[in-house]
Design a protein around this ligand. Structure first.
Ligand code: SF4
Ligand code: SF4
Length: 151
């Protein structure tokens, strides 16, 4: 009987409406002024990937170990390297990262033994084409070019 009364009087609906209107106070509503004002993202936000370079000599920190590519559940990282016969070290030739398939889980940056790969706080990763979602080594090292917005 109580159940039927609740259904007839739509108590769940009114309870839901109360929550909705309680959170619609004008003092709680604000408009983000993006892109004029960039929003602050959470400290642990994982965004655009970056392949770090040495700040002094500009050489890549990546040692081409391929661990990031191996651990990625989406298999979206491709590391191409060749061995330098003189130094016997692997040298990075190309590094590609397909953003369109990334779920930003962070496993790749955790696996990197030299902190070369990093997921930064940059959230502007949109592009007009699917190809634009595939970032190559240069894009990963330099980051996307800053965009000029005009109103
Ligand atoms: S964040 Fe996750 S899904 Fe994206 S490249 Fe790294 S391991 Fe793969
Ligand atoms: S795990 Fe790090 S060092 Fe190894 S290939 Fe990936 S980015 Fe380079």
């Amino acid at each position: 009987m109580k159940k039927w009364l609740k259904r007839i009087l739509l108590t769940d609906l009114w309870r839901g409406m109360r929550v909705t209107f309680r959170n619609q106070k004008p003092s709680l509503i604000y408009t983000e002024q993006y892109p004029a004002e960039r929003p602050h993202v959470a400290e642990r936000y994982r965004g655009a990937p970056r392949l770090n370079i040495h700040p002094e000599n500009g050489e890549t920190l990546c040692i081409s170990c391929n661990l990031c590519a191996l651990i990625c559940p989406e298999n979206l990282i491709v590391v191409i390297s060749e061995r330098n016969e003189k130094t016997r070290h692997k040298e990075l030739i190309q590094f590609t990262y397909d953003l369109s398939r990334c779920m930003f889980c962070g496993l790749c940056e955790d696996a990197c033994p030299v902190d070369a790969l990093e997921l930064t706080q940059d959230f502007e990763m949109a592009s007009f084409t699917r190809e634009g979602q595939i970032w190559d080594r240069q894009m990963l090292e330099e980051g996307p070019l800053p965009r000029e917005y005009s109103s």
